[in-house]
Design a protein around this ligand. Structure first.
Ligand SMILES: NC(=O)c1ccc[n+]([C@@H]2O[C@H](COP(=O)([O-])OP(=O)(O)OC[C@H]3O[C@@H](n4cnc5c(N)ncnc54)[C@H](O)[C@@H]3O)[C@@H](O)[C@H]2O)c1
Ligand SMILES: O=C(O)C[C@H](O)C(=O)O
Length: 332
């Protein structure tokens, strides 16, 4: 029997990531090739004409899975009945800006949209915050949408996870699909910690640790970490615009794995509300390694954290503590 359509909200849908992600969703890259979708697209009044243009193109693309399009500048209408909310709307970082610089513009948007989601979305809506500062926007959304279960509010660090897989695959000249179990810890910012201590590569003679294959601790502990941490800035420098196709693709990966499950024996990174795992204080949205099953994520437990990693996990947590207090000062 044909499945009922799932309603997917994309905010900031007239923007760069919006333009890249809506065809991916309509083609089944987010929820699977047999799952019909109804797209809800929100943007602000000055972008209304452009948003309507995106709607026209979606119709022209004649996607068989696309069962309807709501394109609106009314946040209440946009949120009505949505099952998945991908929160991209906001102001992007420009060259030379840190993510903190976009804080005051974006946290007030997330406070307002929290209420709209709480009032209008499906009770079990799953929320992915993409707009920066992603972890702190997600935290604000969670704190102002108390009736949405906290486990349903997440932020995107899958792009950083995928960047890490990409760097290892390039270094070792192996297929990216053969690299697994990297971890992004912490903030989607330049303090994030890309950790390969538990990562492996599938080779013709079985699974081998990444550290053993790379055999260059100096590179792994320095240049590799900085490259991943600074990749967003490098894309901005090269394109004069922030990453869009890779961000859209990572957002689809995040929701797909959350809803449909992670493959056996592997995990992904998601920004989730901390339960105190790995000594990270509750009250922060922090990126952890997670596995997903039946629409629920769980933090992978028991990974060994060495002294070097401990310092990195704590430094990025400290930045999130500071961002949280800055966010609240912007809201007051
Ligand atoms: N977490 C990640 O991995 C990641 C990766 C890339 C970009 N980002 C962030 O994603 C966000 C979007 O990036 P982009 O390149 O698509 O930016 P963009 O400027 O091209 O698009 C943003 C869109 O949001 C709209 N918007 C602004 N205020 C809004 C509101 N209140 N409600 C709805 N829409 C609103 C704008 O009109 C615009 O169309 C930025 O904050 C960027 O920094 C995050
Ligand atoms: O760095 C940015 O602000 C853009 C984005 O978050 C990215 O990581 O590409």
């Amino acid at each position: 029997m044909a499945k009922d359509p799932v309603r997917v909200l994309v905010t900031g849908a007239a923007g760069q990531i919006g333009y890249a992600i809506v065809p991916m969703i309509a083609r089944g890259a987010m929820l699977g090739p047999d799952q019909p979708v109804i797209l809800h697209m929100l943007d602000i009044e000055p972008a209304a004409e452009s948003l309507n243009g995106v709607k026209m193109e979606l119709i022209d693309a004649a996607f068989p899975l696309l069962r309807g399009v709501v394109a609106t500048t009314d946040v209440q209408e946009a949120c009505t009945g949505v099952n998945i909310a991908v929160m991209v709307g906001g102001f992007p970082r420009k060259e030379g800006m840190e993510r903190k610089d976009v804080m005051s513009k974006n946290v007030s948007i997330y406070k307002a949209q929290a209420s709209a989601l709480e009032k209008n979305a499906a009770a079990d809506v799953k929320v992915l915050v993409v707009a920066n500062p992603a972890n702190t926007n997600a935290l604000i959304l969670k704190e102002f949408a108390l009736s949405i279960p906290q486990k349903n509010i997440t932020c995107l660090t899958r792009l950083d996870h995928n960047r890490t897989l990409g760097q290892i695959s390039e270094k070792l000249n192996v297929h990216v699909g053969d690299v697994k179990n990297v971890v992004i810890w912490g903030n989607h910012s330049s303090t994030q910690y890309p950790d390969v201590n538990h990562a492996t590569v599938t080779t013709s003679s079985g699974e081998k640790p990444v550290r053993e294959l790379v055999a260059n601790g100096q590179w792994l502990n320095k240049e590799f970490i900085t490259t991943v941490q600074q990749r967003g800035a490098a894309i901005i420098k090269a394109r004069k615009l922030s990453s869009a196709l890779s961000a859209a693709s990572a957002a689809c990966d995040h929701i797909r794995d959350w809803v449909l499950g992670t493959p056996k024996g592997s995990w992904v990174s998601m920004g989730v509300y901390s339960d105190g795992s790995y000594g990270i204080q509750p009250g922060l949205v922090y990126s952890f390694p997670v596995t997903c099953e039946k629409g629920q994520w769980s933090i992978v437990q028991g990974l060994k954290i060495d002294k070097f990693s401990r310092g990195k996990l704590d430094a990025t947590a400290q930045e999130l503590i500071e961002e949280k207090s800055l966010a609240y000062s912007c809201l007051n």
